[in-house]
Design a protein around this ligand. Structure first.
Ligand code: G3P
Length: 237
């Protein structure tokens, strides 16, 4: 299973890249928005505040951040479009694809997203269909030629549905027809989501840093490390 980090935080990306387990990064407008205040607004250049607080300013900030991520991560980096019509999505997607060779353009699962997927796929732009909440949506994304499909399991669990059942269904459908589209499990909230997705054979899990951090810990490991260290230093002449 591939691990992606679900963040636009460059420090986290650098930190966990050192573990050697990060195969890619996913971002979305919410994650990018979390970052902008600290970095750009904290130290605005003269007259830049107004410019940043505009579509052009936001795009500039986004481009800068995605390019920074691309310097650290060789694997897929998902960058999400923000236009609501296919024409705008295509324009953004073609622009993003120029930023780095490993950009995957994230498109929403709706009519406009499907139209943009058709055009961008034909042009060889790599794609990730996001905000997927049903097997029928995943099937459409695969038929449309998406490279990744992103089912949001945590948000389904939040409304008392079973996100993991959706992953099971999508994997079965893709296997039945040998679709090349990869199942990118998103909206992961805790380590069990990662383990269950791995048991089902999902291709990728994208997770926030807090979840990745939790994967490594076990109280018995901590106790064991301490005991070994204590026993070792208790050896006397
Ligand atoms: O990247 C999209 C997805 O992982 C968002 O997760 O926690 O906002 O539902 P969440």
């Amino acid at each position: 299973m591939q691990f992606f980090l679900d963040t636009a935080n460059i420090q986290d990306i650098k930190k966990y890249a050192e573990w050697g387990v990060i195969d890619g990064v996913t971002t979305n407008p919410t994650l990018v928005a979390k970052e902008k205040v600290q970095e750009e607004f904290a130290t605005p250049k003269r007259g830049s505040r107004q410019k940043l607080d505009s579509p052009a300013g936001r795009n500039r900030l986004f481009e800068k951040r995605i390019k920074e991520i691309a310097k650290v991560i060789n694997g897929p980096i998902s960058a999400e479009v923000t236009s609501s019509d296919a024409k705008g999505m295509i324009k953004e997607g073609l622009e993003y694809a120029k930023w780095a060779k490993n950009i995957y353009v994230k498109l929403p699962m709706n009519e406009e997203g499907m139209k943009a997927l058709k055009v961008l796929s034909k042009k060889g732009v790599k794609t990730n269909i996001t905000l997927v909440f049903s097997a029928s949506q995943a099937l459409l994304a695969a038929k449309g030629g998406a490279n990744f499909v992103s089912p949001f399991i945590g948000r389904l669990d939040d409304i008392s549905q079973d996100g993991m059942e959706l992953i099971k269904d999508i994997i079965q459908i893709f296997r039945n027809y040998n679709f090349k589209t990869k199942v990118l499990v998103a909206s992961i909230r805790h380590p069990r989501h990662v383990v269950e997705a791995a048991k089902l054979g999902a291709d990728i899990s994208t997770m926030p840093a807090e979840v990745l951090e939790k994967l490594i810990h076990h109280p018995l490991t901590d106790i064991g490390i301490k005991k070994f260290a204590d026993d070792w230093t208790s050896i006397k002449q």
